[in-house]
Design a protein around this ligand. Structure first.
Ligand SMILES: Nc1ncnc2c1ncn2[C@@H]1O[C@H](COP(=O)(O)OP(=O)(O)O)[C@@H](O)[C@H]1O
Ligand SMILES: [Mg+2]
Length: 430
């Protein structure tokens, strides 16, 4: 015991020695080598706000974990929160930190305990803590907490109000540091403005940007191969890491964000025979995904109840999934995309599902219906990254885009009651 305590004290003095040298910390404590962009981020001057906006897979979540560990090791009794739009997204960084704590001897000895509930938390023997929170349900899991440092991962998914009114409040007591990390989404958001302030030389904000290419640890050929499947603005955002003009966007970002921020439930919703359910399915053509969505269409706003997305399944399996979901919720209607490969599946599920025949005209109606439903806040869904990103990246010129989630949602919303068919309104022409 005494031996162990001595060892801890020795490790803490080692931490104090390495505190000023971030690269020494990365090497000695983590056996980890930052790439050039990460090195710049880690050696940046400390500011009350730090903003990192880059392409996907740049290594943001990983560097955030490294930085949180270093802060925890060098700041006894400090509390840090890793926050994101979902617990899963926030966990990505936390899990990297946890991995280092299990793998690296110096850290392993310093860890006091790891908790999983109610929220994942890592506690060190000198009293510092790293914990994870979701910003869901209007920040209910953050309110009343105090942090010395909050890292918001994929911060652009959080609304400005949530960051200002909830996240910043957790830092107010100690004047803690706010770290905003994101792939760019909307130009009108808080992250964008903080980034501009930092780039313009505001002394309270450190800002850094960078393309995915800065990370040598990801497959650059694979990323290049995605280019054909993205709109030009999606490519700029997701890979180049820059905020793009979005003239071709069909679904406005503020409407998409409202749809998930105003949702308060977790997936899936339990079936309930007193409610009216509908389903929409977009069936995979070769490499795409099959996506199935069930909505609770009892009243507006419709609520997304179930989401599933899978790849490379033979038709009988797909048909069985469609049938199972239809039965489970006793769906009022199940609508599937009946073009091309859809025909074969439709034949197998004709007793439960209807086919939606895509023509230029009907497709435009379908998408406009979804567009209006989103604008009028008539549909809500818990945050599902594939769905949210596909909605944002959608353009009417969609031949090369991934559209499975968009189409499944559009079909479900159509099944809930096409706008053209107003059943109970008395005609003003009668
Ligand atoms: N310095 C590094 N050394 C080795 N692998 C890294 C490094 N930085 C990031 N990676 C790897 O690159 C991939 C993308 O990193 P991630 O942090 O998830 O990116 P982002 O959060 O920017 O999308 C992950 O597989 C991660 O392990
Ligand atoms: Mg990440």
């Amino acid at each position: 015991m005494l031996l162990l305590r001595d060892r801890t004290a020795e490790i803490l003095s080692q931490a104090a020695r390495d505190a000023g040298d971030v690269l020494a910390f990365c090497h000695r404590w983590l056996g980890w080598e930052p790439h050039d962009g990460q090195r710049r981020w880690l050696t940046a001057p400390p500011r009350s706000t730090a903003v990192l906006v880059t392409g996907r897979r740049w290594g943001k979540s990983e560097v955030a974990a490294v930085q949180a560990l270093r802060y925890a090791v060098t700041h006894p009794k400090s509390r840090q929160g890793i926050v994101s739009v979902t617990l899963d997204q926030a966990r990505l960084s936390f899990d990297v930190a946890l991995m280092f704590c299990q793998r690296e001897p110096l850290l392993r000895i310093l860890v006091e305990r790891v908790k999983e509930t109610p929220f994942p938390t890592l506690r060190f023997k000198h009293g510092s803590e790293i914990t994870v929170r979701t910003a869901a349900r209007e920040g209910i899991y953050l309110r009343g907490h105090k942090f010395d440092r909050v890292i918001v991962d994929e911060a652009d998914y959080l609304s400005e109000a949530l960051i200002d009114n909830v996240v910043r409040m957790t830092l107010a007591d100690v004047g803690g540091q706010l770290v905003l990390i994101s792939t760019p989404r909307a130009r009108r958001g808080l992250v964008y403005r903080e980034l501009q302030r930092g780039l313009a030389g505001d002394p309270t904000v450190y800002a850094q940007t960078g393309p995915t290419w800065e990370n040598p640890n990801v497959d650059h050929d694979y990323i290049r191969s995605l280019r054909d499947r993205m709109t030009a603005s999606a490519w700029q955002r997701e890979v180049e890491g820059v905020y793009a003009d979005d003239d071709a966007a069909v679904f406005g970002w503020q409407h998409i964000q409202a749809a998930y921020e105003e949702s308060t439930w977790a997936l899936p919703l339990p079936p309930d025979p007193r409610r009216r359910w509908v389903a929409g399915w977009d069936l995979a053509k070769s490499e795409d995904h099959t996506v199935g969505i069930v909505l609770d269409a009892t009243e507006k706003p419709y609520r997304l109840a179930h989401f599933e997305r899978f790849q490379r399944q033979p038709w009988p399996v797909v048909a069985a999934r469609i049938r199972e979901l239809h039965r489970r919720y006793a769906c009022h209607q199940t609508l599937i995309d009946a073009t091309g490969v859809g025909d074969a599946v439709l034949d197998e599920v004709r007793d439960v599902a209807q086919g939606f025949v895509f023509t230029q005209r009907s497709k435009l109606d379908l998408l406009t219906n979804l567009q209006v439903a989103l604008e009028k806040r008539e549909v809500r869904f818990p945050f599902v990254r594939e769905l949210v990103d596909e909605l944002q990246g959608y353009a009417f010129e969609d031949a090369k885009l991934s559209t499975d989630c968009v189409m499944a949602l559009a079909l479900a919303v159509w099944a809930a009651g096409p706008r053209g068919r107003v059943e109970f309104a008395p005609s003003i022409w009668a």
